[in-house]
Design a protein around this ligand. Structure first.
Ligand SMILES: *Cc1c(COP(=O)(O)O)cnc(C)c1O
Length: 376
């Protein structure tokens, strides 16, 4: 177990027991399909190297990053499994892809042909996965243009098609019509590939929402991200799988002062006390990823009770009102996300206050906040 840093007491605690629990739940749901753990964006803010190493020890052998740089960081940390670069293939990076055994996800013909040419020049083989746009409207080959790209995919020599994938746009929606439409289109593309003699070993489509709710979309591999970190893609999915939040975000009261009514707090005077108040200043701010949208909206836990954020969240400091928590004092632990006593503040709840989604809350926690990995 690593310990919290000395000095500024703002840090995130990463619970590896919860991570492994969630991974085992993803595996259970996936059945026979291989689990590719999505660890992009520093494992959704949890610390990708520690997370991937821990999952690898538990038997995970495939990881997904957004960028090549993220993938190389995993290799340098000793991750030996397959690593897929999900969010864009750049032919300029072919040397690194080969050197670090990374698998690009290729989404258009031009990139495919440039990679083929570069691999030939180097007399090397490069495995890749082919991305189909079945309705996300983002990256991928379009099914309706399949006549134009399929013959060229089938004719590759230096690039080895190891997998085919697509991505859902709205799999967290309880009405699954659009999702099922995407699934049908994906199946149609697979049939066309088959007829052209293209039979990729890995076929994958399911993000966390589909891992939990749509077994028909599991194929031979699934790509959960969010659920590994203990968060349900939608509240309706809670009864379907028990997940345990992995990240807690903590700090301590830096200063506590008693102020009279009519005292204004923070920049812009958006909060003015109405009563004699006890205002605690916390050493955390929007530069740490505690959103400025939480100004006068967020809550934190002190002594197991909720205290409201008052005034504007500053770059490095935030004020909370602890008037109703009379035993609160300087140095007390404050929980921004996580559990304290009987109370919990979830990333989903913080997201709702900040008008966003838990993905953004977690990935916004900045590099300035140390991650402390707790092994049970
Ligand atoms: C981020 C991502 C995932 C994981 O999505 P979750 O909703 O976090 O499970 C899967 N596939 C691709 C291509 C992604 O970019």
């Amino acid at each position: 177990m690593s310990s919290p840093p000395a000095g500024r007491p703002t840090f995130c605690e990463i619970d590896s027991g919860a991570l492994l629990w969630n991974f085992s739940k993803a595996r259970e749901k996936a059945g026979r399909a291989r689990v590719l753990a999505v660890v992009k964006a520093d494992a959704y803010g949890h610390g990708a190297c520690a997370v991937a190493r821990e999952l690898e020890k538990a038997g995970c052998d495939a990881f997904g990053t957004a960028t090549l740089e993220e993938a190389i960081a995993l290799r340098r940390a000793g991750v030996g499994g397959a690593i897929f670069v999900l969010a864009g293939a750049y032919p300029e990076q072919i040397v690194e892809m080969l050197e670090h055994r990374l698998t690009p996800v290729v989404h258009d013909l031009e990139t495919l042909e440039r990679l083929e040419k570069l691999a030939r020049e180097r007399d090397r083989q490069l495995a890749f996965h082919l991305k189909i746009d079945t309705g996300m409207g983002r990256l991928g080959f379009l099914p309706r243009l399949i006549e134009t790209w399929l013959p060229r995919v089938a004719g590759l020599e230096r690039l080895r098609l190891e997998g085919v994938l697509s991505h859902f746009s709205h799999a967290d929606d309880v009405v699954q019509d659009y999702t099922r439409g995407q699934l049908e289109l994906f199946r149609e593309v697979l049939r066309r590939l088959e007829r052209a003699g293209v039979r990729p070993r890995w076929v994958h489509l399911a993000n966390s929402a589909a891992v939990i709710t749509l077994p028909e979309a599991h194929f031979t591999m699934v790509r959960p991200g969010l659920m590994l970190y203990g968060i349900h893609p939608a509240p309706e999915m809670r009864p379907r799988v028990e997940l345990r939040p992995v990240l807690s975000w903590k700090t301590r009261i830096l200063q506590l002062k008693e102020v009279p009514p009519e005292t204004s707090i923070s920049y812009g005077r958006t909060f003015v006390t109405r009563r004699r108040s006890r205002i605690a200043t916390l050493p955390v701010g929007y530069a740490d990823g505690y959103s400025r949208l939480l100004s006068n909206r967020g809550q934190v836990l002190v002594r197991g009770r909720r205290a409201p954020v008052v005034g504007a969240v500053c770059m490095d400091l935030t004020m909370v009102d602890v008037t109703d928590i009379p035993d609160a004092g300087t140095g007390d632990e404050v929980v921004l996300i996580g559990r304290q006593g009987e109370e919990t503040i979830s990333a989903e709840e913080v997201a709702s206050w900040a008008h966003t989604i838990p993905y953004e809350v977690l990935t916004s926690i900045s590099a300035r906040v140390p991650r402390v990995f707790r092994v049970p």
